[in-house]
Design a protein around this ligand. Structure first.
Ligand SMILES: Nc1ncnc2c1ncn2[C@@H]1O[C@H](COP(=O)(O)OP(=O)(O)OP(=O)(O)O)[C@@H](O)[C@H]1O
Length: 235
């Protein structure tokens, strides 16, 4: 098994008809590492996350997740691999508003038998696994059967985190997950997220503009430092 969760080598990527956006010679994310990735708007952070998740195809070079080059897999195996090994937390949560809190969380296991089995190895049911995460993330029992549309923004973000964490994926990718939260809720959310990642041995790739969070992480990286295309542009 690969020593690192993500290994990028000699990556080159441009959107069709546009100049070179990303040129990354090497990037590694270790198991269990919590990395803060920053960069100005339009610098290519979300594009890079798409390359890591096998949504965008590199023009050159390789992106390996757990040692696997996603673009050597068929598109259905690639989708499965992504669901098995990555949990996503988005800026706008992407929850299903009419489903209950618990159902939003357990839904992640419908797309991944691997995560379903892992959740059931530790708990008697998927509902119990979801409940344990939600309580760990600070959501009270009385909210768990309600439709998520009845929750506050901060509460919805905890549901999104529980959905990403259920079944212990090796990697959580979080794209601006705290931008809708106020400063206090943000710090609490991050510290609860860290606790749950540590418990599951999950690595965290956290993209944000919010420099106040940077020092909380094991490592902080600016995409400009990493990206040769941007360095050449700025030279
Ligand atoms: N689907 C797409 N098709 C074509 N160009 C795109 C597409 N998505 C992004 N781009 C372009 O790629 C560049 C980088 O965009 P990207 O969303 O990766 O930046 P970002 O750093 O995540 O920005 P932000 O912080 O504002 O979310 C931008 O110039 C954008 O216009």
């Amino acid at each position: 098994m690969a020593a690192e969760i993500i290994r990028i080598e000699s990556l080159r990527y441009a959107w069709p008809g546009q100049p070179l956006l990303l040129a990354i010679d090497e990037f590694l994310l270790a198991r269990g590492e919590r990395l803060f990735l920053k960069g100005p708007s339009g610098s290519g952070k979300t594009t890079l996350l798409g390359l890591i998740g096998g949504v965008n195809r590199p023009d050159a070079g390789t992106v390996r997740l757990l040692g696997e080059d996603l673009y050597t897999l068929s598109s259905s195996r690639r989708d499965r691999f992504r669901s098995d090994h990555i949990g996503y937390i988005f800026q706008m949560f992407n929850l299903l508003p009419y489903l209950s809190v618990i159902d939003n969380v357990t839904l992640a296991c419908s797309f991944s038998p691997v995560r379903r089995e892992r959740a059931l190895a530790d708990h008697q049911s998927l509902t119990a696994a979801a409940r344990s995460l939600l309580i760990g993330l600070g959501l009270q029992d009385s909210y768990l059967q309600r439709p998520v549309s009845e929750l506050s923004v901060g509460q919805q973000q905890r549901v999104a985190a529980a959905r990403a964490l259920i079944g212990k994926p090796e990697l959580i990718i979080a794209d601006e997950p705290t931008s809708a939260l106020d400063a206090d809720t943000r710090q609490t959310f991050i510290s609860l997220l860290f606790d749950e990642c540590a418990r599951a041995g999950t690595s965290l790739l956290f993209v944000s503009h919010d420099a106040s969070l940077e020092t909380l992480f094991d490592r902080s990286l600016s995409l400009g430092q990493l990206n040769l295309a941007q360095r050449q542009e700025n030279a």
